[in-house]
Ligand binder design. Structure first.
Ligand code: NAD
Length: 434
């Protein structure tokens, strides 16, 4: 049994939603409800922003010496470390992440992030502008005010730390709206932050749906900045919310369709193929930088297709609580249906299914999909164009370097890319062109 947090965290207090509504936090490995969490809505976002604004204005955090804020963040890193076992379990239950990674990756990186920003807090300098003799132009770094953080569910604790740690380090107050699929570790970190010495009101956590709570935060007139990670569609909405409200600053990290490009002269093909498997099947492919398109030079194409198929099979999903499991379920039924829909579309549009393609382990009640590989994909097929956000790889052959570059760049995304070659000039030309 796990004692999962289930109330909103506003002004340093655990509170129910003003509407009294709740929603189920579901374990994707079993389909069972872990706990019912208070469902934050627009009114709760208002309360959280009020609290954050008051905390910011009275300077209880913003006016501390940077070093003192830094020390608190370092203490928070320690509290997270002390509660590692509980946090890794909450993350695994909430989003189905294999337990071996939720400790080694998610908890470890979250600890590192808070510690890193804590250490950096008193090392940010301003500048003096090169003015004439009768003027002095000083550029100082100031907190923005109230920052709204809206995050996805694929690396909940880590992704939250990438937003909270820098915002808090700089003296801002924050309202975090985690993804509705992953409220648990966000709420727990809110409590630990208070324990570590972050004053009440400086960090508020309001789980809720995007269209209500997320939108209310994006449109709030007293929120000064939004830091968002999630889909491209919703990233665009935040720019719109900003334009239609107070022109708050928006930073958005959004989707991807990463090309992994293997030339016939790749120095170590075994290593490259292993990395290809990791880049699309780790975290069940639920990664913005997942290598979802594999471009392979024709002379090694058949060989690579066959070997990638074998590597895929080694990522068969299993119980995420088993320390041997490398891949768990996908996050929920919606995501499962979306992935299966794309797989069907791939077959309909004429791609060749090399391995996988089905939902598995249905007897568990969980949302498990086989690692899936399509070969002979054309870049204009849906599976090569849209972000699937699941363990589905599209392999596309190419004949020349120029063609590889054109295919790779023919996408509406631009997040990341990889090139495998032993030709240094080609590596640089490709990197510059991508
Ligand atoms: P999503 O865009 O559906 O949701 C992200 C967040 O936005 C959630 O908190 C959600 O509640 C909120 N949201 C949804 N609709 C909203 C609306 N209408 N108004 C306001 N807020 C709204 O994305 P997701 O499914 O949670 O995550 C997967 C996506 O995130 C993928 O596209 C992936 O590539 C992207 N992602 C990007 C990065 C990166 O660093 N670039 C990292 C991880 C994930």
């Amino acid at each position: 049994a796990v004692d999962a947090p289930s109330q909103l965290f506003i002004d340093g207090e655990h509170v129910d939603a003003l509407s009294g509504e709740r929603f189920a936090a579901v374990n994707p490995a079993t389909g069972e409800t872990i706990t019912e969490v208070a469902l934050g809505g627009a009114a709760d976002i208002d309360a959280a922003v009020d609290s954050a604004r008051t905390a910011f204005e009275d300077g209880r955090w913003a006016n501390l010496a940077p070093r003192d804020r830094g020390q608190v963040l370092i203490k928070l890193a320690g509290c997270i470390e002390d509660n590692a076992e509980e946090l890794q379990l909450l993350e695994t239950l909430d989003v189905g992440k294999p337990i071996r990674y939720s400790r080694r990756v998610d908890v470890a990186q979250t600890v590192n992030t808070y510690a890193w920003y804590g250490e950096a807090a008193d090392k940010l300098y301003g500048e003096i502008a090169p003015t004439g003799p009768h003027a002095l132009g000083m550029i100082t770094k100031e907190p923005i005010g109230v920052v709204g953080a809206v995050t996805p569910w694929n690396f909940p604790m880590m992704m939250n730390s990438w937003k909270l740690a820098p915002a808090l380090m700089a003296g801002n107050s924050v309202v975090l709206k985690p993804a509705e699929q992953s409220p648990l570790t966000a709420l727990r970190i809110g409590e630990l932050a208070l324990e570590a010495g972050i004053p009440p009101g400086v960090l508020n956590v309001v789980p809720g749906y995007g269209e209500t709570a997320g939108r209310a935060l994006g449109r709030h007139p007293f929120v000064d900045g939004i830091t968002f990670t999630g889909s491209t569609e919703v990233g665009k909405l935040f720019l719109e919310y900003s334009a239609k409200s107070n022109m708050k600053r928006v930073s958005a990290e959004t989707g991807g369709k990463t090309p992994n490009i293997i030339f016939a002269d790749a120095p170590d093909l075994d290593f490259a193929i292993g990395a290809v498997g990791f880049s699309i099947f780790w975290n069940t492919g639920e990664m913005c930088i997942a290598g979802s398109r594999l471009l392979v030079e024709r002379p090694i194409y058949d060989q690579v297709v066959e070997r990638v198929g074998e590597v895929a099979d080694s990522w068969a999903p299993g119980n995420p609580l088993d320390p041997k499991t490398k891949a768990g379920p996908v996050v929920d039924d919606t995501q499962l249906q979306k992935i299966i829909g794309y797989i069907e579309r791939g077959t309909e549009e004429g791609a060749r299914l090399v391995t996988g393609g089905s939902r598995v382990l249905t007897e568990t009640g969980g949302y498990f999909v086989e690692p899936t590989v399509f070969a002979d994909v054309r870049n204009d097929m849906t599976i090569a164009r849209e972000e699937i956000f699941g363990p589905v790889l599209s392999i596309i052959p190419f004949d020349t370097q120029q063609e590889a570059l054109e295919i790779a760049n023919d996408t509406r995304y631009g997040l990341s890319a990889a090139v495998w070659t032993s030709n240094l000039a080609r590596a640089h030309t490709m990197a510059a062109g991508l």
